[in-house]
Structure formats: structure tokens, C-alpha cells
Design a protein around this ligand. Sequence first.
Ligand code: ADP
Ligand code: MG
Length: 252
Amino acid sequence: MVDDIALRASGLIMEFKGFRAVDGVDLAIPRGTIHALIGPNGAGKSTCFNLLTKVLTPTAGAIHFEGRDITGLSPANVARLGIVRSFQISAVFGTMTVLENVRIALQRHRHGDSWDFWRSDRVLAHLHEEALALLASVGLADYAGHVANDLPYGRKRALEIATTLALEPRVLLLDEPMAGMTQEDVTRISALIRKVAVGRTVVMVEHNLSVVADLSDRITVLARGKILAEGEYADVARDPRVIEAYIGVAHA
Ligand code: ADP
Ligand code: MG
């Protein structure tokens, strides 16, 4: 049976020394949608995110990817299935050029970590072409020869997206993609996320609510480890429980 739910979480619980950071969370994220996880500080967003990417193993509950139980898999194994996180574990090598970064990401994805020094010129030329195409798709064509460390912040994030796309993700998980960005970068990276979301499923934790409103098909609001509300932005934004949770924190 083909499940049109890309990622499903059922009864997820994560306890830290008896404290429930995530307390019975159910999610069903349809394929091809952008889903945002929001909520006040300490709500359990990062913990949920780490459960979905298998960085953490839940105390109880299950996670399914396209109908397959992935609860017991390692982060490397879920990445191989196409569930890839961006941004937090930065895949960028600062002293290499933008182009080299993407070429290496492509090479690793195709051929693994075992370096093969006998690789043919034809294969390398092909990777080079592919890397250029990927850079063009994230708006970095003009930066190909730049050293990654020299990129402005927003461009570095675009490079991170490019190295993530090299892994051909089916589900892309983004933890606070807009953190620390200028408005100009936010606009650019928003457009980029919308573009790369085509044909993929995107799950993001994001504090910038206008970005969430703009990009997300659906939103789950967490508070104290539980789901407070879920739906389209316009609906959750006027839910009194959501307003209360945010205002409660603002006044804490
Ligand atoms: P959010 O990302 O929504 O701000 P987190 O998922 O980071 O929330 O944290 C949720 C709650 O779980 C917080 O109270 C936090 O202190 C606690 N917590 C998170 N990680 C750990 C950990 N490794 N050990 C103990 N408590 C943790
Ligand atoms: Mg967090």
C-alpha cells in the first residue's frame, strides 16, 4: 500500500530524566507539502525535529516514512532513505570553493565516502556540470569560484541548501532556516525554499511567523510538548489557545 503521508508520527513521547519534552505528538504530513512546527520556547519543537531526523530515539511512539516504520533506524539510514536535514549540521567546508562544496556533496552521495582516485575524467566532468546546475538553481552561479567562508550569510545558507539537495532528499527538514538573517536574505531564502519544495516534502521549525504564514500549507503549534492546534495559518493564528500560549510567554 502506498501511503500518501510522507512522514507520520504516532504517539511520540520523549522523556529526559522523567521530564516529557514531547508528550504524545501525532503528525501526518502529506507528500509534497510544506509543514511548519511552531510554538513558544521550550515547546518541544527541536526535540520533535530531532526525533523526526532520528538524532533522538523516542521513549515511546513510532515514526513512519511513506508507510515504513523508521523508528529504529539511525540518522544515516533515514538520510539514505531521503529524509535529510539542513542547516544545523553544516555540510559546508569553509576553505573550499562553493563549486567544490557542491561537487563533493554530489560525489559522496553517488559514490559514498570511499575515495576513488581512479575516477575517470568523464565522471568528474559530469559531476562538475551537475554541481554548476545545482548552484544555478539556488542562485549561486556567480559565486562558484568563491571560497565558502567569504560568502555573505544568506548566500552561505543557499550553499547549504545546495549541498543538501545534492543528497536528493524526498523529505527536507529545516531547523530555523531564517535564524540570523537580514530581511533581504529572508525574502531570498523563502523563495528558494518554495522552489526546492516542489515535488518534495518540507518540514520546518521556524520562529519568523510571517515566513511560516507565507510558506506553509499546514502548521502544528506545540506548547509544553503537546499539540495545541493544527491547520492552516489563518486558522491557527486566531485560535485563542495559540494566542494565549504566545502571549503567556511574551509576558513571562
Ligand atoms: P523548543 O525547541 O520548542 O524551544 P526544546 O525541544 O528544545 O524546545 O525543549 C523542550 C523542553 O525539553 C525544554 O524544557 C528543554 O529544557 C527540555 N530539553 C530539551 N532537550 C533536553 C535534554 N537533552 N535534556 C533535558 N531536557 C531537555
Ligand atoms: Mg528549539
